[in-house]
Design a protein around this ligand. Structure first.
Ligand code: NAP
Length: 309
């Protein structure tokens, strides 16, 4: 029987693992199907993690976290959790290989995945010219023109990153104001080779057997269509939470969620089900920052230690 099953190995899961094991819990397993580190490892530039003054990549920021947590006894199981159920006081955590493990407490720290924007050609060309990771795929477009879709922090930060690799970046946004932080907007505006293409909808991304060859955008003001002949389109239009493990056979969730499927927790990261916690981007009102996810993980672990007793 596990004291604690942590689902997800990003900043929230790793910090919970560190605090839980260092705080005395035995048999703490973190289920993470990929490399621990989380979605932030796909970010190219971090400059707002406290105490880390230099701009660094997400990969650099996260590189020491797993080792630190494992030093205190956190186990990492490279497996996907498909389902969590509760019977009496005991949780059962089922993984993709059909194995079942029992746990006294469960922390969901699964985060979120990039949302699709829903334009024509998006599914067809996903992975063949359409990407949601500039750090991963930006290099393929060295010296070429690309388009970035979105107007939040992710879109603007990644547009700035791509502007250093690519000859030109079209920043395609459906409004003429941005959601991103003022300093990020400033960085974007300072880049000489970013052209803002605002108040437009993406009509279509088109291409051939080799992949994307361009996109068409339609002005919301006068309906004019503009053709942007770029071989790369990066989409950053928000994220959807990963709550699948909590789905029950009848389609309900093991605990309360809001309309977006985000897990409802209190200030201790407790759900309405005793012993079940959620931390990081998967929970309601998440600030979606590494430092906040880490804080959530620590907060949850402190309470879980008390709960498990
Ligand atoms: P976001 O803030 O939700 O922004 C999504 C952007 O995509 C918005 O500009 C939105 O337009 C646009 N959009 C949404 N659906 C669309 C569609 N179907 N077609 C075209 N455009 C669409 O998402 P995010 O940038 O991924 O950021 C998520 C969270 O992480 C935010 O809280 C952000 O502050 C945080 N974050 C922080 C940092 C940092 O602090 N360094 C870095 C990255 C992300 P509208 O504006 O018109 O709605």
């Amino acid at each position: 029987m596990l004291d604690l099953a942590i689902i997800g190995g990003g900043p929230a899961g790793l910090t919970a693992g560190l605090y839980a094991t260092r705080g005395g819990l035995k048999n703490v397993t973190m289920f993470e199907m990929g490399m621990p580190g989380g979605q932030i490892t796909g970010s190219s530039e971090i400059e707002n993690y406290p105490g880390q003054g230099n701009v660094m990549s997400g990969m650099e920021l996260m590189q020491n976290w797993p080792e630190q947590a494992m030093k205190f006894g956190l186990n990492h199981e490279m497996n996907q959790v498909t389902n969590v159920t509760k019977d009496g006081d005991v949780f059962t955590v089922e993984t993709a290989d059909g194995n079942k493990q029992e746990a006294k407490a469960v922390l969901l720290a699964t985060g979120s995945v990039p949302r699709r924007a829903g334009f024509k050609g998006e599914d067809e060309f996903f992975g063949r010219g359409i990407s949601t990771c500039a750090t991963c795929d930006g290099f393929f477009y060295k010296g070429k023109e690309v388009a970035v879709v979105g107007g939040g922090d992710s879109a603007l930060e990644e547009a700035v990153y791509l502007s250093k690799i690519c000859s030109k970046v079209y920043l395609v946004h459906r409004r003429d104001t941005y959601r991103a932080a003022p300093s990020t907007i400033e960085h974007m505006k300072a880049a000489q080779n970013i052209e803002e293409v605002t108040s437009v909808d993406v009509e279509e991304v088109y291409g051939d057997a080799m992949g994307v060859t361009g996109l068409k955008v339609k002005s919301k003001e006068n309906g004019e269509i503009r053709d942007l002949p770029t071989p790369g389109v990066f989409v950053f239009v928000g994220r959807d939470v990963l709550n699948d493990p909590l789905k029950q056979e009848d389609g309900s969730f093991l605990c309360d969620t809001n309309e977006q499927g985000e897990i409802i927790v209190d200030l201790k990261m407790k759900t309405n089900v005793p012993g079940l916690y959620a931390a990081g981007d998967v929970r309601i009102d998440a600030a979606k920052q590494v430092v906040c996810a880490a804080g959530d993980g620590a907060t949850a672990a402190v309470d879980i230690i008390e709960y498990v007793g």
